[in-house]
Design a protein around this ligand. Structure first.
Ligand SMILES: [Mg+2]
Length: 373
């Protein structure tokens, strides 16, 4: 898994071929044969529905079970079969679904879009949310009604009918894919797409409605898992030694680096309008590394990428949950399930990035034995 390469967004675009600058659709000629043009049409067919072109937008694809709480619905599907499930959804199509784990994150993205539109009315560098679902088309009515009920601006729908989402994610030039289905997320990560499995927080925590807050773990999330491998295979002492020796050698990029870059690009648009102090995006690094022994390499790596992070928290192995309660991020990305579970227990919406050596370790060892650094 360490060999997965995560391209920059521009490399990703180049690999797909340059789309026609006036085309509202991404590289239609390069779409997989199974993709019809219908999948790419915005849900509203009117031409006054102005969606940014995928090559300009920061596309965030969310699954229906990440956006809405569909736990009960899923149970009906699993226990009573597809026919009963579809009938249930049809009968309840005017009853809005409750918010799911990605809901407040999506709301916060839309708040940022609203601020960007005020400052740059004609600009297309905005978040574009795509609903990616393998639900039956009949269930689409309830999803649309729920989206309208909450006033969400989700114009693009992709109903995959049970097919793998990878072709669609690629076609939409997806910058981030969030789903409740860990297998699909794993598949997307292996295809080099930034993705995470969403988990609902165990408590309701109020979120900032003025600022999008995104927290990232470092190793195997923003960075590759190269240093994580040293911890897991040779222990902490060797890791500290290794990180100090390599302090000036930037770490390779991990699966979520591109998304931090996207956030940074938008932050700069606010800074350019003198809104640094009132920026509606704030980013956090929440790492188990300690500042003194292994922090410098991380900060120098970010600097070498030309990326800023607003706050860097080095916890030296302390649990992440309590600090995340103070930050109250709309989403927290981590590759290790024990950090996800710890965050979740204290009320943080956590997103698991299934990448790197930690996955193998988690599956083969009991939780309590996991080495923290
Ligand atoms: Mg990590």
């Amino acid at each position: 898994m360490g060999a997965i390469l995560f391209p920059t967004h521009s490399q990703y675009l180049a690999s797909l071929g340059a789309p026609h600058p006036l085309s509202p659709f991404p590289c239609v000629s390069s779409l997989p044969p199974s993709l019809s043009l219908l999948h790419l049409l915005p849900a509203c067919s009117s031409f006054d529905c102005l969606q940014p072109k995928p090559q300009n937008a920061i596309t965030v694809a969310v699954s229906s079970r990440a956006l809405f709480d569909m736990v009960k619905d899923r149970k009906i599907y699993e226990e009573e079969g597809v026919e009963t499930y579809v009938k249930y959804q049809e009968e309840n199509e005017n009853l809005p679904l409750n918010p799911g784990p990605a809901f407040y994150f999506v709301k916060a993205l839309e708040q940022v879009n609203a601020r960007l539109r005020e400052l740059y009315p004609k600009d297309e560098e905005l978040f574009d949310i795509v609903l990616m679902t393998n639900n039956h088309a009949q269930v689409g009515v309830r999803l649309i009604n729920s989206i309208n009920h909450y006033g969400l601006s989700i114009e693009r729908f992709c109903m995959t009918g049970g097919e793998s989402p990878i072709g669609y994610l690629t076609a939409y030039l997806t910058n981030l894919y969030l789903s409740a289905d860990s297998e699909k997320v794993q598949e997307a990560i292996e295809a080099g797409i930034a993705s995470a499995t969403m988990f609902t927080a165990n408590k309701d925590v109020p979120y900032s409605d003025k600022q999008l807050r995104v927290a990232f773990d470092g190793d195997a999330v923003l960075f590759s898992d190269e240093s994580e491998q040293i911890v897991k295979e040779h222990g902490l002492d060797r890791f500290f030694e290794h990180e100090q020796m390599n302090e000036n050698k930037p770490l390779a990029q991990g699966p979520l680096k591109g998304f931090l870059e996207d956030l940074g690009k938008l932050q700069k648009k606010f800074y350019a309008k003198n809104e640094r102090l009132d920026c509606p995006i704030r980013t956090y690094l929440v790492t188990a590394r300690s500042a003194a022994s292994s922090g410098a390499r991380v900060l120098k790596t970010l600097r070498s990428w030309g990326l800023e992070i607003d706050e860097a928290l080095f916890l030296a192995g302390a649990p992440k949950g309590p600090i995340l309660v103070k930050i109250r991020p709309h989403i927290f990305f981590d590759d290790q399930m024990f950090h996800i579970e710890g965050a979740q227990q204290l009320g943080t919406v956590a997103a698991h990035v299934p990448y790197g050596i930690g996955q193998k370790y988690y599956k083969s060892k009991p939780k309590d034995d996991t080495v923290k650094k």
